[in-house]
Design a protein around this ligand. Structure first.
Ligand code: 16G
Ligand code: ZN
Length: 542
């Protein structure tokens, strides 16, 4: 049978549901019943990515992260373990919007030719290998089968199904497998993570005491993964909360809930007063804790970025390493965190980029070692091959603890994608190193300025244009001036306005010296947005 007939016949089993499908920052994501045909086309595109690299594995992860249970989604993992290159997103969109088999085959042939992969259409095809992973949602199993159907329509393509895994685990097996040219197992991930954590926490391997931690798994895939990792983590006494009740996936628990609502996750009362919250696919982490005065404390991505930045900078100095270390944030980073970072690093090594993980990750790679986090808890530390080599060289004669610590930190961190589990393990070890509890960490480096995030519907949010780092509005004319005048009336007042990329609203951020002032500033800015940008609803009263 010709390739054309194979694809047409197989695509008929996955009927296209009319719609216009976009590959967003998090891939294709929508109600799960719409995704069947899209999954098939994603299988084909992942094959093209692998073909382009002569058979290095690409990856397909089926998950809708922090979204409700009836949603699902899919992201393609590039052969280097990172996200799909941006210039390939248009190809994913083209395939996914093919309404029948003939159209799909044509689109596939065009993309194959445009990307220099025409051999995939012939019997001279390169080898092809795709790794597949999925979360625990009820719809994930069938959607994964649709991806496999897409892959199987190419006679030469091979795949390996890793089953239920976190998003970062799938990125890890792709990254490490291709780096070392040997297929990795999820067991390898557990062993490697546990070994580097244990050496980071206890370089001399003498400790017998265990740190107690409570992990809120958002009732997502992180629960199953933590259950398997737990026996490897001999130095931790772990209690899992919100582990696997799918009817409560991301409901009242998980990183997104805690960070956005500023509330403790469900079952917090079963903890010792501090809970680590993963999101639904375990690529984000934030920590909530009860302060000594009984109030809610949040340790978010900014706090983790500054902790890691401080730790790495100090260990570089101790080990006489001269690496160009940078920290990347977005405009949402608390002003106090940026001020702190600029006081300990060269100010030009503290960067601000647009919202969205891909922008942060990309910028972080401008540095030898780049720490990046969004306030929502998605982040990691990137490093160049050369930087990793210099860490290896500097820590070759592992004679002192600081060398072992530095090396183990780099071994533990997942540099290709934010990994909630590796990130929280690194946090635990670094806190232990400084001898800090969570509240000390919260107050020691800097104290957050009170801040408010709010939003407003306007006639057309696309009239708002900002600078590339989203800190200033460049159009409409004169808007920024008014905004700055309003902000200047408040102590330490700072505010910015940007069109949301995921909702039909304009977002407003405001911070100031006191909570009262931050609220009042946000209220003033909402009024400005309403008046100058044609608000279509009355601003909320804060
Ligand atoms: C997406 C981004 C998230 C960002 C959010 C902002 C990824 C994987 N996800 O969910 O990082 O914080 O968009 O949404 O990049 P907004 O544009 O509506 O404020
Ligand atoms: Zn996620």
């Amino acid at each position: 049978m010709s390739l054309e007939s194979r694809i047409i016949e197989a695509y008929e089993r996955h009927p296209f549901k009319p719609g216009k499908y976009e590959y967003g920052t998090a891939g294709f994501r929508m109600k799960s019943h719409l995704l069947d045909s899209i999954m098939f086309t994603v299988g084909l595109l992942a094959c093209l990515r692998s073909h382009a690299d002569n058979g290095k594995a690409s990856g397909v992860m089926i998950t809708a992260s922090h979204n409700p249970i009836e949603d699902n989604g899919v992201k393609i993992v590039n052969q280097d373990g990172e996200m799909l290159p941006q210039e390939w997103e248009k190809y994913a969109i083209k395939l996914a919007n093919s309404s029948n088999g003939k159209e799909l085959f044509e689109a596939f042939s065009e993309v194959a030719k445009e990307t220099g992969n025409e051999a995939i259409l012939t019997d001279k095809s390169n080898p092809i290998l795709v790794y597949i992973g999925k979360d625990t949602r009820p719809s994930s199993e069938a959607l994964s089968a649709s991806v496999i159907d897409g892959i199987k329509s190419l006679p030469n393509a091979k795949f390996f199904d890793f089953g239920v895994v976190t998003t970062p685990q799938l990125h890890w097996v792709v990254w490490r497998g291709n780096e070392e040219n040997v297929q990795k197992t999820i067991e390898n991930y557990y062993e490697s993570t546990a070994r580097s954590f244990s050496r980071l926490l206890d370089p001399s391997q003498k400790s017998t005491s265990r740190r107690q931690v409570f992990v809120d798994c958002a009732n997502g895939v992180g629960g199953a993964t933590m259950r398997k990792l737990e026996p490897h983590l001999k130095l931790l006494d772990i209690t899992l909360l919100n582990e696997s009740d799918l009817s409560l996936l991301n409901a009242g628990c998980g990183a997104e809930f805690v960070q956005k609502s500023r509330k403790f996750p469900s079952n917090f009362d079963k903890s010792n007063g501090t809970v680590i919250s993963l999101d639904g696919d375990a690529d984000r982490v934030v920590i909530s804790y009860k302060k000594k005065d009984g109030s809610f404390g949040l340790l978010d991505g900014d706090k983790i970025a500054t902790l890691f930045g401080k730790f790495v900078a100090e260990l570089f100095t101790k080990n006489k390493l001269d690496c160009n270390l940078g920290v990347v944030q977005t405009a949402y980073a608390n002003g106090a965190s940026t001020k702190y970072l600029k006081s300990v690093l060269n100010p030009s090594n503290v960067a601000c980029v647009a919202t969205g993980v891909k922008h942060l990750h990309h910028k972080a790679k401008d540095f030898d070692v780049g720490v990046y986090f969004e306030a929502n808890g998605h982040g990691t530390v990137t490093f160049t091959r050369e930087a990793f080599k210099s860490v290896q060289d500097a820590t070759q004669n592992v004679s002192d603890d600081s060398q072992i610590r530095l090396r183990s930190f780099f071994d533990l961190i997942n540099p290709v994608v934010g990994d909630a589990i590796c990130d929280f393990l690194a946090v635990e070890a670094v806190l232990d190193y400084y001898g800090w509890d969570y509240e000390t960490w919260d107050n020691e480096l800097y104290v957050d300025l009170p801040s408010v995030q709010t939003k407003l519907k306007v006639k057309d949010r696309r009239v708002v244009v900002t600078t590339s780092d989203e800190t200033k509005v460049t159009s409409p004319d004169g808007f920024q001036n008014k905004l700055e005048k309003i902000s200047a009336a408040y102590n330490k007042g700072r505010s910015f306005v940007r069109p949301s990329g995921t909702e039909d609203v304009v977002r407003v951020y405001a911070e100031a010296e006191t909570e009262q002032e931050a609220k009042s500033l946000a209220q003033d800015v909402l009024k400005l947005v309403y008046d100058d940008l044609q608000g279509t609803e009355q601003p909320p009263t804060l």
